[in-house]
Design a protein around this ligand. Structure first.
Ligand SMILES: C[S@@+](CC[C@H](N)C(=O)[O-])C[C@H]1O[C@@H](n2cnc3c(N)ncnc32)[C@H](O)[C@@H]1O
Length: 284
């Protein structure tokens, strides 16, 4: 009896989530980030110049130790179009450097005969982090697929709250057109809620993941568990926003997941109350 009630409860919860997913899809298709540019071009450029001048000693050290650094000109150019937005919290896109360096390091340790990686990401947004991971694969002459999830659609024109809005509404595909050489061979964009869809995409092994979508305890733990089931010794998950003030649930989920599923945790500070975790799987 208890089992039947539990089963009914789970099935009702799943139906409610599916309904909200369908409803959300309608919402996210209709200019969810605004119907006009949110600032003039000069403002976006000024914010970009300011952020380019910022200094992140811990990440500089990490790059030095690991011996891989993303080309700064290429990096900041991508950031201008995909990271410089109008928001209340400070701008910071250092997760891009961490992803590049960590993925290059992972590839340097991997079997040279088996350099075909499967990478999962939650939280595509404008595509910054996916394109950086694709650049790391390209620079390392490696193969692979980056499957990235977001509730935001890929082929609907919209304003993205970025400098490109001054050219009119664009799809994400348009926005990323200058980086097509990285997008086309590597990235698969999946539109949908990761809480419903993440475990529907079957992969035998997930070598590397970046979890940057949902930020609550329950959701991060679910994503962590879904990925962890497909990882082996040395495989990696990178988490953004490891910050007890703004995201205490995310911090608890990362700590608990590392304990439960056997991951070593390296915490890197990006200043301005922003930290990142590189979780590396121990064991077999
Ligand atoms: C912080 S942004 C991601 C930034 C991106 N990784 C980058 O480097 O530019 C978070 C994104 O996650 C998406 N998101 C939040 N919750 C989600 C969920 N449950 N499923 C899919 N996408 C989600 C949001 O729409 C948003 O675009």
């Amino acid at each position: 009896m208890k089992q039947r009630i539990q089963h009914l409860g789970n099935s009702l919860a799943r139906r409610a989530l599916k309904f909200s997913d369908r409803w959300a899809a309608q919402y996210w298709h209709f200019f969810p980030l605004g119907t006009t540019p949110q600032a003039d071009k000069q403002t976006y450029l000024r914010l970009w110049e300011q952020e380019k001048e910022s200094y992140y000693p811990e990440i500089d050290r990490f790059e030095k130790e690991t011996e891989y650094t993303v080309d700064p000109l290429w990096f900041h150019d991508l950031a201008l179009h995909t990271q410089i937005v109008i928001k209340n919290s400070p701008l910071c896109y250092q997760h891009g450097r961490i992803l590049y360096t960590t993925l290059r390091h992972y590839l340097s340790l991997s079997d040279q005969n088996n350099r075909h990686l499967t990478i999962f990401e939650t939280g595509t947004a404008r595509g910054f982090s996916s394109v950086i991971m694709a650049k790391a694969l390209t620079d390392a002459n490696a193969y692979g697929k980056i499957i990235t999830f977001d509730i935001l659609p890929h082929n609907r024109p919209m304003y993205w709250n970025c400098i490109d809005d001054h050219d009119g509404s664009k799809t994400r595909a348009d926005l990323l057109a200058p980086w097509r050489e990285f997008v086309s061979p590597y990235i698969l964009f999946f539109e949908g809620d990761s809480r419903i869809n993440l475990n529907k995409v079957a992969a035998d092994r997930i070598n590397f993941a970046f979890l940057d979508g949902a930020h609550t305890y329950r959701d991060v733990l679910f994503e962590f568990q879904t990925i962890a089931k497909h990882q082996k010794k040395g495989d990696v998950i990178v988490f953004d926003d490891y910050n007890t003030v703004d995201f205490p649930g995310l911090v608890r989920a990362v700590d608990e997941g590392c304990e439960r599923w056997g991951y070593d945790k390296k915490i890197l500070s990006g200043g301005k109350d922003r930290s990142y975790v590189i979780a590396t799987k121990r064991g077999k």
